[in-house]
Ligand binder design. Structure first.
Ligand code: SAH
Ligand code: SF4
Length: 335
């Protein structure tokens, strides 16, 4: 699809045919099964100052927490007990945990529980990524957030688009299944920029693509800006399904937070993954990247029941197995 065609779909008066086409592609290429990944937000300590995020270091109004390695392991064991074959370990970026700590934790998870492990812990060196891969981690999520260099510099002042792209290249080189993505509706973001984002995600040949609307957080410098819309986010998901075919695309928490039923709508226009929250309840309210986050008061088991009911209503099935990448590759970690 060309840049112009993508823009036309982002701006068309009626996206229904686009959504229907994305749903057809999803059904024929990845089927009706939905992969579940239990999400553990294990620390909200962050040394970075991203302008959009409620965990940014300049914000003093949040109670910071650091789960112990034992607590994280227990949360993963609970997730495996609920039946999730795959977990995502996500945190702010800080030196609270060494790479050896995380590597040791992953080794223990892999040997005792056997679930697939995805890390989402930010920018590291190539050697650190290699060590994490060596410990047995399967996948890594690192959104590039926006393909616009100007926007990136404004919104993520202590990184650069180039550094982020370098990290994604390293993650691939060391053998991770790689996920990336963007926020939709960022202040200053144009449809042309979103089209650039989509084409960049296609060029990166990602195993997983995570998209969510930007949600203005009143505790950040972008608090008075307009949030993105679910509609534009869904169009982006639909276009990515049609263009990239067999990528794993989650219906993200941000989509369900900006509008009730948002995740169901995403599942109906291209998404094939859900990430139910399994963070221990006492920590959840402190991991608020944006306001209005769903499931803050729930116990890990509650989210599992809710998600099963959601899929049942939609005539979709929970996938068995870890849901590895569907991209045909010969490298280690791919399937
Ligand atoms: N610290 C890691 C992982 C945690 S943040 C990192 O930054 O990579 C995970 C994602 O949350 C980010 O990639 C960003 O896309 C999203 N996010 C942060 N603030 C947000 C906001 N206000 N609205 C929507 N998504 C947000
Ligand atoms: Fe930290 Fe990630 Fe939030 Fe940026 S987006 S402030 S790196 S947690």
């Amino acid at each position: 699809m060309t840049h112009d065609e993508i823009i036309r779909h982002l701006e068309s008066p009626d996206p229904r045919e686009l959504f229907a086409e994305a749903d057809r592609v999803r059904r024929s290429v990845v089927g009706d099964e939905v992969h579940l990944r239990g999400l553990i937000e294990f620390s909200n300590v962050c040394a970075r100052d991203c302008l959009y995020c409620g965990l940014r270091r300049s914000y003093n109004g949040v109670k910071r927490y650091t789960m112990s390695l034992e607590e994280i392991f227990t949360a993963v064991r609970d997730a495996a007990g609920i039946g999730y074959p795959s977990v995502v370990l996500q945190s702010g970026e800080s030196a609270q945990y060494s790479v050896a700590d995380i590597g040791g934790l992953v080794r223990r998870i892999k040997s005792e529980l056997g679930v697939a492990v995805t890390l989402s812990i930010g920018e590291k060196t190539r050697a650190e990524y290699a060590a994490l891969k060596e410990s047995g981690a399967d996948r890594y999520l690192l959104r590039f957030e926006t393909s616009s260099e100007v926007l990136f510099r404004e919104l993520k002042p202590d990184s650069s688009r180039m550094a982020r792209m370098q990290c994604l290249a390293w993650l691939r080189e060391v053998g991770f299944q790689v996920g990336s993505g963007v926020m939709v509706g960022l202040p200053g973001q144009t449809p042309a920029m979103i089209a650039d984002d989509i084409l960049l995600m296609q060029a990166l040949d990602l195993d997983m693509i995570g998209i969510g609307p930007f949600i203005a957080n009143p505790h950040t410098p972008l608090g008075d800006r307009k949030s993105g819309t679910l509609d534009l986010t869904l169009r982006t998901v639909a276009l990515l399904r049609i263009i990239t075919r067999n990528t794993h695309i989650p219906a993200t928490t941000a989509m369900g937070s900006i509008e009730q039923g948002g995740r169901e709508k995403a599942l109906a226009c291209g998404a094939n993954v859900l990430m139910p929250n399994v963070t221990p309840t006492q920590y959840r309210s402190h991991y608020q990247l944006y306001p209005g986050k769903i499931c803050i008061k729930d116990q890990p088991g509650d989210c599992s029941l809710c998600v099963a009911a959601m899929l049942g209503r939609m005539g979709r099935r929970v996938a068995a197995g870890p849901g590895h990448s569907l991209k045909p590759r010969t490298r280690d970690g791919g399937v």
